[in-house]
Design a protein around this ligand. Structure first.
Ligand code: HEM
Length: 425
């Protein structure tokens, strides 16, 4: 870390511990963009494990934060008290633009829709995907420039995960970068820099327009697939599935967004995170290079360390007491996985990136309970393959500057990560 970054971290620690507790707003995207979130969550875990904040963002308003590992697990496992409806992000849905998706549904509808797409990650399908992903990872890595700076996010993380996603949908190959764009747009706010204007209304207009283009495009694919025999791709599964074949346009769009964002941003940001974490921890990189058998453990540790989705929201269905606070029916509750993953009471040396730690899969990044991530094995597989292929090819990947982080307290990731692969002598 350079002096400027150290000063920023010091100032954040001072601010986090000196401001009145009720003024801490853990959903402020700025503390994620600057990576200064840690002391705020540390203080909440210690002093206010069930914490009320009011955000200035009008779609967010007041919300509870749950920050300790065991409390998050308890909330995530109790879907009767903590509902996933109407949405799993803090901003409420716009009344004239609601996107139903099964991650934001409760049983029984959730269960049948989830079951419809689950075969995409069945062990035999993962075994089939493994060969395809490996071949592509090889091509991507072999095409990288040597001895000159490039953006790892764009050239590797986005490329690999978008290719995998295109295969899951059996999506027209030449248009696959549209998936990346829709994935980014789906979760972006007006300040993200993704839209022509930062004016909230204009940005929202553009966002909706692009998402309608997305559903139009996918509707054409649906119409083709529904006439054909069922196939093992996500669109065919949705078009033929009993629980999904009568979805209306917005529900189709909602579930598409879920599968696009779920399969794309998260894995992408973990791939970029693995490069950053290893470059910041050269002893761990050395250990990995000397022991490639540690790749699966390193992958899990990176998923914990990165926590690509910082939180999931629930909505209380009844009044409930936790740590002396009363959460009222209808209140929003954020389960901060990013904080649970650093809970010093449960995780040994939580702030260390430690690739051979005992029980590396003991983390919360994939959630718990009935909504636990469908794609966890596929995410781990992509990470494992890219690292097996990297180790075969490059003795060093140097990070040459600070990453540019996403301005979001939900998707925790990177827009840019400059690197150089040094030429071999
Ligand atoms: C659900 C994280 C990769 C598809 C979730 C949840 C989390 C999560 C936190 C919600 C859990 C809850 O509410 O309890 C991640 C992370 C990933 C990843 C960290 C990568 C490192 C993927 C991939 C796919 C995927 C590759 C697609 C194939 C889904 C779906 C759900 C989900 C469909 C909704 C499950 C439900 O509501 O039942 N994921 N995910 N995810 N994820 Fe992932």
């Amino acid at each position: 870390m350079d002096d400027g970054a150290l000063d920023l971290q010091r100032a954040a620690r001072e601010a986090a511990y000196s401001m009145p507790l009720e003024e801490i707003n853990p959903a402020d995207p700025e503390i994620f963009r600057t990576d200064t979130l840690w002391p705020y969550f540390e203080r909440l875990r210690k002093e206010a494990p069930v914490h009320w904040a009011v955000s200035e963002e009008k779609q967010v308003g007041g919300y509870w934060s749950i920050t300790r590992f065991n409390d998050i697990m308890a909330v995530d496992s109790d879907h009767a008290t903590f509902s996933s409806e109407p949405t799993i992000v803090l901003p409420d849905p716009e009344e004239d633009f609601t996107l139903p998706m099964f991650i934001a549904m409760d049983p029984p509808k959730h269960d049948v829709q989830r079951k419809t797409v689950s075969p995409i990650v069945a062990p035999h399908h993962l075994a089939y995907l493994e060969n395809i992903i490996r071949e592509r990872a090889g091509v991507i890595l072999d095409d990288l420039p040597i001895g000159e700076e490039f953006d790892w996010v764009d050239k590797v993380s986005i490329e690999l995960t978008t290719m995998t996603l295109a295969t899951l949908f059996d999506f027209p190959w030449e248009d696959r970068r549209k998936l990346t764009r829709w994935s980014d747009v789906a979760t972006a706010g007006p300040e993200s820099g993704l839209f022509d204007s930062t004016d909230p209304e204009q940005a929202e207009q553009q966002r909706r327009m692009e998402l309608f283009e997305c559903v139009d495009y996918f509707t054409r694919l649906w119409e083709e697939r529904v006439k054909a025999e069922p196939k093992p791709d996500l669109i065919s599964m949705l078009a033929h599935g009993e629980a999904t074949r009568n979805m209306d346009r917005m529900e189709y769009l909602g579930n598409l967004i879920l599968l696009i964002v779920g399969g794309n941003d998260t894995t992408r940001n973990t791939i970029s995170g693995s490069i950053l974490a290893l470059s910041q921890n050269p002893d761990q990189e050395k250990l990995l290079r000397e022991n490639p058998g540690l790749i699966p453990s390193m992958v899990s540790e990176t998923i914990r360390w990165q926590t690509p989705l910082a939180y999931m929201r629930r909505t209380a269905t009844r009044d409930v007491e936790m740590h002396g606070k009363t959460i009222r029916a209808g209140d929003k509750v954020a389960m901060w996985y990013v904080s649970g993953n650093r809970d010093e009471e449960v995780i040994e040396r939580p702030n260390d990136y430690w690739i051979d730690r005992p029980r590396p899969r003991h983390h919360m990044s994939f959630g718990f309970g009935i909504h636990r991530c469908v794609g966890n094995r596929l995410a781990e597989l992509q990470l494992k393959i890219i690292w097996e292929e990297i180790l075969k090819r490059f003795p060093k990947i140097e990070v040459t500057g600070p990453p540019r982080r996403v301005y979001s307290s939900f998707v925790k990731g990177y827009e840019r990560l400059p690197v150089v692969i040094p030429a071999r002598n």
